[in-house]
Design a protein around this ligand. Sequence first.
Ligand code: AHR
Length: 486
Amino acid sequence: MEKYLINPNQKISKIRKEIYGNFSEHLGRCIYEGMYVGEQSKIQNINGMRCDVVNALKEMGLPVLRWPGGCFADEYHWMDGIGPKENRKKMINTHWGGVIEDNSFGTHEFFELCRQIGCEPYICGNVGSGTVQEMSDWVQYITFEGISPMSELRKRNGREEPWKLKYFGIGNENWGCGGNMNAEFYADQFNRYNVYVRNYYPDRPIYRIAGGPNRDDYHWTEVLMQKCRSMNGLSLHCYTGTGNTALEFNEEQYYSTLKDCMLIDEIITRHSEIMNRYDPQKRIGLIVDEWGTWHRVEVGTNPGFLYQQSSMRDAIVAGLSLNIFNKHSDRVHMANIAQTINVLQSVALTDGEKMILTPTYYVFKMFKDHQENTLLGSYITSEKIGQNGNVPSLLESASLNENGDIVSTIVNTSATDSSEIHCQIADTNAICDIKSEILTGSIHAHNTFTETDNVKTVEFTDFTKITEGFKAKLPPCSVVKFIIKR
Ligand code: AHR
């Protein structure tokens, strides 16, 4: 029996809803087909946005969406994507499959998508191949109400009011596809571009996110923390690469995926330690704006489209990662899984007018109860499993909502064994009610366009209330949520 302790008196940090964000790029079928089909499409849409996808993202509680890339962002010239669609420039998407990008989805369409979903827009600007003026103009076009060349242009393009833009990224992966820069050079670029990302309204300041390190590049973080004092957030990219396809893997590969995923805990801890030295108040957020599994593409699909199926293995990665982000919510202020639809670890896949939800979708939907809660101190004992014993059999996080209920999410990573747990909540003599949900299946379980509901959340009942908490038996390969009223 594993011991699970939750301490409601130990209130650690706010779990910002933005930890549950998504990332969407002009890559493969993420934007085009996945989200935007155009007004003339037979697929049900509102102003070109597919209704099934928008509704699913709304229900999932998506708080923030990052766009337009990724590598694409540093080659994107926003002026190509405004004005009458027939006049918009066509370009080649050099990073992703060499396909024609017709720019029919641009700034106006992105804000319309976010409006329909009800999420905050997070735009990533072009440092790699764009100018300071171009970036400055984009921000003016979006946010400025008064008289200026860019606000007049926006009005001529049919949008009288400015939009609300909170999050703006100054470049993406500038150590790689965003310009091949070293940390010192990028830091100077950040400082220069950032000056011209104007705050037109003091009560609506833009939250500026600097292009951050890849995985464990601690030098990058050190340099940026020294030199870029005006950033609000520092991005971090950390993928879980597997080398196999989403559905063809064995148990050994399952555990090595989880081992790689767990590294993000150490990576965040070490970046945080560096940040703590320069910013002990934790004002600067670590923004994990690209994370998730990166498998080999599905056979027969364009390798540049990064299309992969999604199984319970991915759901376990999502559950582990989100629990880890919750536990680091003092420093991790946002995270965006890559990428929303049809690319990498998507929450939904589409095929023409059909759409399916992936196991990862259900994890996001379950975990949305943590959004804006207070992280509580918690601890769960577990075995070390996998080839070299480097994967914990259980990982949890717990939070307190505004009604005083405890939300607890636990992942049982074992491919084969259930786990009995005994949960004790400090200073608790009576439990009024517990509601629980579970997502479980074999490590390969997944949904298809013909079997859409193989994997989905169902009510979980294999637990008993006790005076100070509960006892439960968690099946193998499962993600379980408890909402506890005391
Ligand atoms: O998400 C796919 C790509 O991965 C992004 O464009 C880039 O930022 C990262 O390397």
